[in-house]
Design a protein around this ligand. Structure first.
Ligand SMILES: Cc1cc2nc3c(=O)[nH]c(=O)nc-3n(C[C@H](O)[C@H](O)[C@H](O)COP(=O)(O)OP(=O)(O)OC[C@H]3O[C@@H](n4cnc5c(N)ncnc54)[C@H](O)[C@@H]3O)c2cc1C
Length: 378
């Protein structure tokens, strides 16, 4: 046993058998050949179940300077929990659970799973709700079902508490940007306060087909106020996802408050929103994504690829979170790249939020011990 494991074993249960280390060396980033090629086997795994243990761990990190990665369910697809530095200790936080609802808010510990919390009143819900933790979504997620009306994860987290090598912080307002979507590089989240919402009723599904993308976009804008989600898919993508229906060149699949086909909320989320993971798993083709302002979206009209445009809002700006599968070349549009093959937080976060993360990282973890290498800050 090396020294760090010996020290940790005085405070925590330490797992270092081959099978456990192998399991914790990879996450759903396995989908990307690039991301899976970078992994190192971690040194050991520990499990944390309360705030006291996070505090104790931080003291040990300060004293012995070893790198850690906090891990929820490991369902992120960006290699966020894949170790890239030798000697990494994985901190499994799935046992740190507990939540309560107060008027219009959810207050929760990071290890609570969506399935335990219940999803009906959450403003944004990842397609992976059936396996993800809320802490993992806040630290690593971005958009989800509900983001068209309620914005991204960072628009809905009102307060977040974190432990860092430089102490405890309770962050609110724009300061939550230092932690949300930073992939655990700026602290271990111990508590989250998230806004809850009241949905207007049952969401029904409608499908409309069009011969041009411009017409599909126009229709989407018309139903925007009544919609909970809108996906615009080209024929190839629509056929892959729902092969038994008839599709035209461009198709709008939307969840609306009004007339439409009945579906349960869970089915709506897993079947309709954010289906790229399932589609790539099925086809094994290359894939990536771009966030494109709606006024530029029609530039992709003639592109040869399977395309799905998930209309979303972040900080009140409407855009298309656009997936391209089986493409030759990504379009050169003045959009925002959300690189699905980069383990670096820098390759998916806009400049002003990234600055918040980097400033905070410099203040609390200048030795880069929290998920090292994932946030470039020097
Ligand atoms: C089928 C599928 C569908 C998906 N759909 C969506 C979607 O709709 N929207 C979306 O945004 N994402 C989606 N994802 C990816 C998504 O980000 C995750 O599923 C989820 O948000 C991560 O939760 P997790 O508990 O698995 O976290 P993990 O994967 O374990 O961790 C994610 C990141 O958070 C960090 N982290 C975890 N807990 C803490 C903590 N307490 N403190 C600090 N850092 C922490 C980790 O270090 C890591 O960097 C999907 C993935 C799959 C496989």
């Amino acid at each position: 046993m090396i020294e760090v494991e010996k020290i940790l074993s005085q405070y925590f249960e330490v797992y270092s058998d081959k099978e456990t280390l192998e399991k914790y060396s990879i996450d759903y980033g396995y989908l990307s050949p690039l991301l899976s090629s970078i992994r190192k086997i971690p040194k050991a795994v520990i499990k944390i179940k309360d705030e006291e243990e996070i505090r104790a761990l931080m003291e040990l990190i300060n004293e012995y300077h070893f790198p850690i990665i906090v891990r929820g369910s490991g369902s992120n697809t960006l290699g966020e929990t894949i170790p890239i530095k030798e000697g990494t200790i994985i901190v499994d936080i799935t046992g740190f659970k507990g939540f309560e609802r107060r008027s219009n808010y959810l207050i929760t510990r990071p290890g609570s799973e969506f399935n335990e919390i219940g999803i009906e009143d959450l403003p944004t819900i990842p397609t992976s709700f059936y396996m993800a933790t809320i802490g993992g979504y806040v630290a690593g997620g971005s958009l989800g079902f509900g983001s068209l009306r309620n914005g991204a994860v960072w628009d809905n987290v009102k307060e977040v508490e974190v432990y860092t090598p430089k102490g405890f912080f309770s962050l609110s307002g724009d300061d939550v940007y230092s932690v949300v979507q930073s992939a655990g590089t700026t602290g271990i989240i111990s508590k989250i306060k998230m806004r809850t919402v009241k949905r207007q009723g049952k969401v029904k599904v409608i499908r409309r087909s069009f011969t041009s993308l411009v017409n599909a976009i126009d229709f989407s804008l018309k139903i925007l106020d009544d919609a909970e989600f809108i996906s615009i898919r080209n024929k190839q993508m629509a056929e892959l996802i729902e092969p038994n229906r008839k599709w035209d060149k461009w198709n709008v699949i939307a969840g609306v408050y009004g007339e439409g086909e009945e579906a349960s909320l869970k089915d709506l989320i897993t079947t309709f929103a954010g289906t790229y993971f399932t589609a790539v798993n099925k086809t094994k083709v290359n894939y990536n994504s771009l966030d494109i302002p709606l006024e530029k979206l029609n530039y992709i009209e003639g592109m040869k690829a399977m395309i799905s445009c998930e209309l979303s809002k972040s900080r009140n700006k409407l855009f298309s979170h656009t997936y391209f599968l089986g493409y030759d070349k990504l379009p050169e549009i003045e959009g925002y790249s959300f690189n699905l093959h980069s383990y670096k937080v820098n390759d998916r976060v806009e400049a002003d939020r990234l600055k918040k993360m980097i400033d905070f990282k410099r203040k609390v973890d200048e030795d880069d011990l929290l998920n090292p290498g994932k946030l470039v800050f020097q």
